[in-house]
Design a protein around this ligand. Structure first.
Ligand code: SF4
Length: 319
């Protein structure tokens, strides 16, 4: 299929969305064309909340599979579609439900906290889900003397350990290959090249620990370093007076940051940090999804019920 022109494509996407009474949601890491056509752009939790509240008959989730699954878990009666169901997530793939059950058996009585980047089956084995913006608060809600199993992201888990000062948090050694490639060496180079820039870092990044160490050595002033979720980055972008900001996360985020504050120059710490799974959602596939009603997301109702409890606890703690 060819896309005749950007204008024709956009008009056809919106016409089909109206015809189907469908709401198009796009994650912050999506391609700019997808972000610009969506009814709402945001992080996975924010978008799932919108999905749960909408009167639309269908949700078209432009993101990766676990995000569309989370929307389906929160809105079991709505039809949820993703333009390509093969859009996975290397972080979600680092732990299975069987592996989590075996880990729990080694730590009876521990509370399981899972990042929202997990499959529905893993969420069903979880006590409380978390996002990068509320992970610290979720762990603080658990009694100090109770062991915590935190999965699957080791960098986010290390951030939570640092912030809470707890020594009874066990970390699963998963990572997102895109964020892990934003390395301490790359961060040092970027900071040396742009010595006057502020720094926004997502806590999933491999460079977070390095950035905090550079704060302590004075290589980056602490007041110019901000460890932020994607939602937190957007809020900080609107308010910053900095002329230049280095951004350590997936590069799709730069589109929303630049729209939020065109006066500031937002630069990627690693310009190659593009998520191949997010980029599987192309303009052509979105059009096909709307024309043919594919790919639909299904979650086993029993798994969905158990997973919903963990996700609703996460929402209750904020995000
Ligand atoms: S950027 Fe990483 S965590 Fe996010 S969807 Fe891609 S692989 Fe998963």
């Amino acid at each position: 299929m060819t896309t005749p022109t950007q204008t024709d494509w956009a008009a056809e996407v919106r016409r089909l969305a109206d015809e189907r009474n469908a709401l198009i949601l796009a994650h912050n890491y999506q391609l700019p064309a997808i972000q610009d056509i969506a009814h709402h752009v945001g992080d996975s939790l924010g978008l799932s909340r919108i999905a749960a509240d909408t009167d639309a008959d269908e949700i078209i989730f432009c993101g990766v599979h676990f995000m569309a699954e989370t929307a389906k878990i929160l809105s079991p009666d709505k039809r949820v579609l993703i333009p390509d169901a093969n859009a996975g997530c290397s972080l979600a793939d680092t732990i299975t439900a069987d592996e989590l059950r075996a880990w729990k058996a080694e730590h009876p009585g521990a509370v399981v906290v899972s990042y929202v980047n997990t499959t529905a089956a893993v969420k069903a084995e979880t006590d409380i889900c978390c996002t990068s913006s509320n992970a610290v608060d979720v762990v603080r809600s658990i009694p100090e003397d109770t062991e915590v199993l935190f999965c699957p992201d080791q960098f986010l888990g290390a951030h939570v350990q640092r912030e809470t000062g707890r020594d009874n948090i066990h970390l699963w050694s998963g990572e997102c290959h895109v964020h892990a490639d934003i390395s301490p060496a790359g961060l040092r180079d970027a900071v040396q090249t742009h010595a006057d820039a502020d720094l926004f870092i997502h806590p999933e990044c491999g460079c977070t620990t390095s950035a905090l160490w550079m704060n302590s050595t004075g290589d980056i002033p602490a007041e110019r370093t901000h460890v932020l979720s994607t939602g937190g980055m957007l809020g900080a972008a609107r308010n910053t007076k900095a002329g230049k900001v280095l951004v350590a996360t997936e590069i799709g985020m730069l589109h929303q940051l630049t729209k939020a504050n065109p006066a500031t120059e937002f630069l990627p710490v690693n310009p190659e940090a593009a998520c191949p799974f997010m980029q599987m959602i192309t303009p052509d596939k979105l059009l096909t999804c709307l024309r043919e009603g594919t790919d639909e997301i299904f979650v086993d109702p029993e798994i969905a019920t158990r997973a919903r409890r963990a996700v609703e606890r996460m929402i209750a703690i904020g995000g």
